[in-house]
Design a protein. Sequence first.
Length: 220
Amino acid sequence: MVEKSRRSRTLASWETWKVLLLFFVALAVFCGAGWAFLNKGLYLLPDEMCDGTLAQGTVKQVLPNAQSAGSDSDRQGKGDRLRVWCKVTTSNDSLLSGRARVEPVSRRDWLAGYRESGQQQVVQISVGEIGALAQLDPDTGASSVYVPCTPPEVPSYNASQPYAVVGEAWVHGPAKAKGAPLRQALTDFAYQLTRHAYDLAECKESRDLPEKLPRYGDHR
């Protein structure tokens, strides 16, 4: 009888633990589903935004999850006054933004502008006359792309000045990606926005822009 009673208590104890275990598993699943539901903002964004220059995958790589998110884009002017914008904002105050514009600037002056502004620690890549750079500060997200472009109509006072489409991308607020992955993602975004602006600007040069730029490599 004692042995039978002991087995009964053991069985009852196991059943209790089994019920508790199932309860906590269900609770964990419920909490996980609830968290996913409340932080699904980035997953509700379109697969492609801003005329195909920004992919949802890039946003999910760069920005932390948020309850809600939205994208916006704009275009102003044409020729040497062309301006293109693209941004994604989230409910947790993280912002991924990019712009591209036609401006009178040489590649040397473009690079010097970053150096003179105190952003001296940069990594660079290039394909022919196309250049790109990103800051090496692991806590800062900013990148820029330079593509030579002579707009259809150049003001007479700038006739001898080299022109280019200059694209930029940056993160304001908390970022999910850090270091090299963040630099690469921002440069890819800036480059796609620059390619788009290059087509809109109807540059005089007949230039076949590559689909993507080389990777930054081993810089961390």
